[in-house]
Structures are given as structure tokens and as C-alpha cells.
Design a protein around this ligand. Structure first.
Ligand code: HEC
Length: 212
């Protein structure tokens, strides 16, 4: 487990790199390993002056920084039983004492139960946030051949079913609002892709608040 934290961070960086620079509009944008060093400044630039989306763009081409901005809206959705209500508006010290510290990914069960494998941890995290703890407990391992999930590596045998993820109604309502805003900008988000979008966006936001 010594290297586990850097493995997770490396996974975050590689995801960021793929969506931020590689194969984008900038002809000079480097791909692969060289792109890692470039990824952070590129993301900052986008945040400072967001490029208006071209007509007919799909949300799936959104860069990491833009996705994280929408993820922040999902996270901060108003109402009780939203991410910020249970976890705290900064991802710590929310209403529920047992809710994970969202600034410390290496303490999460998705990380521990997969032995820190970044791909498996990300797969489990995506499922958990999209479906909530109850569905995760019932279906994740049986539905996912490549889960590589081992509860015995954690101090639990199931997720607390209060972990709702984006399934909760105020959170869904915020994603709906975002969909409308995107539409005005000519960015397509299909109705049946809203959960997927909300999940990806909020995970991008979580990456941005993770501290070492
Ligand atoms: C009603 C309360 C509640 C809501 C809403 C909620 N969570 Fe959680 N969340 C929890 C609890 C409780 C846990 C701890 C579960 C456990 O370890 O058994 C948790 C755990 C987590 C974890 C750690 C997972 C792991 O592997 O240990 C992440 C990440 C997370 N939540 C993100 C989110 C995000 C993002 C949202 C909003 C889309 C959200 N949560 C909404 C209560 C909530």
C-alpha cells in the first residue's frame, strides 16, 4: 500500500490528460506521457476563459475543468440529502459523521477494496455515485466481472445505504437545470445520459478538491 496514493493520483492525472489536451483542437497539444506536465496549466486556462461551445457539441467532449465546474453545481445542489448536506460543503464534516471525507480519496472503500488499483477503484466509484450504496451492495460485484472487489481489505462488509450519490431528487433536479443551461449553449446532453453526466461531473469535481 505504500505507493497506493500516488497510483490513484496518477489515474486522476491520466484521465485529466486524456480529456484536457490529447487530440483536442490545439494542433500542438502533446499526447501520452509528455502531456501530463501540460495538463494542469491547460485546465487553468480553460477555467479562466471558457471557450463558448460550438453549435451541436456533445457534453462528452467537455474538458476536465469545465466538467468539474458543473460537478461543483451537482455537489452543491440545495436541499437535504444532497452531497454537500451529508458530506459538508467542503467535502468534510457534513451532517453525517459516518460520511466519508471527500478530500482524502485514499481513505475511501473503493480504493481499499480494490487494493488501490486505479481502474478498478474508478469503476467502483462511478457505480457507487451513479447508483448509491444500496444498489452497490446488491449488484456491483455480481454485475461486474472485472470488479476485483474484496470487502475484507476494508473494515466494512457493505456500504452505508445512506450514501445516495446522484440518485437523490434535489441532486437530479440540479442536473436537469444544468441540462437546460447546456442546451442554451448548444451543448447536447441526452435525457437518459443525465445520471452518467452528473456522475462524471461530480467525480471531476472530487478530483479537484482532493488534498495530499
Ligand atoms: C444522505 C447522505 C449522503 C448523500 C446524499 C451522499 N453521500 Fe456519499 N456517503 C455517505 C455515507 C454515509 C458514506 C460512507 C459510506 C460507507 O463507507 O459505508 C458516503 C461515502 C461516500 C464516498 C466514499 C466512498 C468509499 O469508497 O468509501 C464518496 C466518494 C461519496 N460518498 C461521494 C458522494 C457524492 C459525490 C455525493 C453526491 C452526488 C454523495 N456522496 C451523496 C452519505 C451520503
Amino acid at each position: 500500500m505504500t505507493n497506493s496514493k500516488s497510483v490513484l493520483i496518477a489515474a486522476f492525472i491520466s484521465t485529466m490528460t486524456m480529456s484536457a489536451s490529447c487530440g483536442g483542437d490545439e494542433i500542438e497539444a502533446p499526447c501520452g506521457e509528455e502531456a501530463v506536465a501540460e495538463a494542469a496549466p491547460a485546465a487553468e486556462k480553460t477555467e479562466a476563459s471558457p471557450t463558448p461551445a460550438a453549435e451541436g457539441t456533445s457534453w462528452t467532449t467537455m474538458d476536465e475543468a469545465t466538467l468539474a465546474k458543473y460537478g461543483e453545481r451537482v455537489f452543491l445542489a440545495k436541499g437535504s440529502n444532497t452531497c454537500n448536506d451529508c458530506h459538508g460543503k467542503d467535502g468534510i464534516k457534513g451532517r453525517l459523521e459516518q460520511a466519508a471525507n471527500l478530500t482524502k480519496p485514499e481513505t475511501w472503500r473503493v480504493f481499499q477494496a480494490t487494493g488501490g488499483d486505479p481502474v478498478k477503484a474508478d469503476l467502483a466509484l462511478t457505480y457507487l455515485i451513479a447508483n448509491g450504496g444500496k444498489k452497490f451492495n446488491e449488484s456491483y460485484v455480481s454485475d461486474t466481472a472485472e470488479a476485483g472487489w474484496d470487502w475484507s481489505k476494508t473494515d466494512a462488509t457493505a456500504f452505508d445505504i445512506q450514501m445516495f450519490g446522484v440518485t437523490q431528487s434535489s441532486t437530479k433536479a440540479e442536473i436537469k437545470k444544468i441540462r437546460k443551461d447546456l442546451k442554451k449553449q448548444g451543448v447536447a446532453l441526452e435525457k437518459d445520459d443525465m445520471t452518467n453526466f452528473g456522475t462524471k461531473a461530480v467525480i471531476a469535481y472530487l478530483r479537484s478538491i482532493a488534498v495530499e
